[in-house]
Ligand binder design. Structure first.
Ligand code: ADP
Ligand code: MG
Length: 253
């Protein structure tokens, strides 16, 4: 099996975005009798091979939007479609299935198990999917190669640098051949050079695998590597702004 975009068996039509969020409002109970509006009528859409940056101050709702897009939280109102399928009103089992098969999630801190090698962290994900051990190992090796870690498969997290751990994390997110990649501040714990190579890797994967990628970032330096930037303020999302330089030769690898 190859780590590439899946032939789509979904209702998404040709011009439809892979990830589409429409009019999403998310309210949390505020601890007394009221509600805190974390997302206020948020809309965005991301097509295959597109990478969008999501910026905005701390507490503005960025992670909440990722959690809604990841089907981890159901919005109070509004619609989330993945590959053309409405996911907000699905039963839990179907939602879990979609999350496992269609969504790759990457968070700031690679949540790796200390006792497992890089390869074992990835094989474990495939075990949950019911993939045979042999196929799982071969997919894991392929994913490690894709992120530039083919020689590090037998190392445990403490034998890897911060950047390498984040690459394992990225490889793990690719194991299900997702169509959507949701990334929350992937470079917050890294220095500038390592951060840049992680963002460039995400850019390349987005292009090569035709992913719809949404990346929360503090680092506005890397916004020009993405196609579109949106800004969150107090739960309200700005209109999308195309980054002029995204396709410029100076920024290609
Ligand atoms: P960001 O990622 O931009 O820092 P978040 O999405 O984490 O912002 O948070 C947006 C708002 O929602 C904040 O005011 C935060 O305190 C609140 N919030 C986040 N998660 C919860 C929760 N589980 N319960 C209640 N309030 C929450
Ligand atoms: Mg956050």
């Amino acid at each position: 099996m190859t780590i590439t975009s899946k032939p789509s068996a979904s209702p998404r039509s040709l011009n439809e975005p892979v990830l589409s969020v429409k009019g999403v409002t998310l309210e949390y109970p505020d601890g007394s009798d009221g509600v805190l509006t974390a997302l206020d009528s948020v809309s965005l859409s991301i097509g295959p091979g597109e990478m969008h940056s999501l910026v905005g101050p701390s507490g503005s709702g960025k992670s909440s939007l990722l959690a809604v897009a990841a089907t981890l939280i159901s919005p109070t109102r509004g619609s989330v479609r993945i590959d053309g399928e409405e996911v907000t009103d699905l039963r839990r089992r179907r939602r879990d299935h979609i999350r496992r098969e269609k969504i790759g999630m990457i968070f700031q801190q690679p949540n790796l198990l200390a006792s497992l090698t890089a390869e074992e962290q990835l094989v474990m994900v495939e075990d949950f999917r019911g993939v045979s051990r042999r196929d799982a190992v071969s997919r894991a090796r392929e994913a490690l190669e894709v992120v530039g870690l083919s020689n590090a498969g037998q190392r445990r997290p403490h034998q890897l640098s911060g950047g390498q751990r984040q690459r394992v994390n990225i490889a793990r997110a690719l194991m299900g051949s997702p169509s959507v990649l949701l990334v929350d501040e992937p470079t917050a714990a890294l220095d500038h050079d390592r951060s840049e190579s992680i963002v460039r890797l995400l850019r390349r994967l987005t292009d090569e695998m035709g992913l719809a990628t949404l990346m929360v970032t503090h680092d506005t330096d890397f916004v020009p590597l993405t196609d579109v930037v949106v800004t969150m303020r107090d739960g309200v999302l700005s209109d999308p702004v195309r980054t002029k330089t995204a396709a410029g030769p100076a920024l290609s690898d």
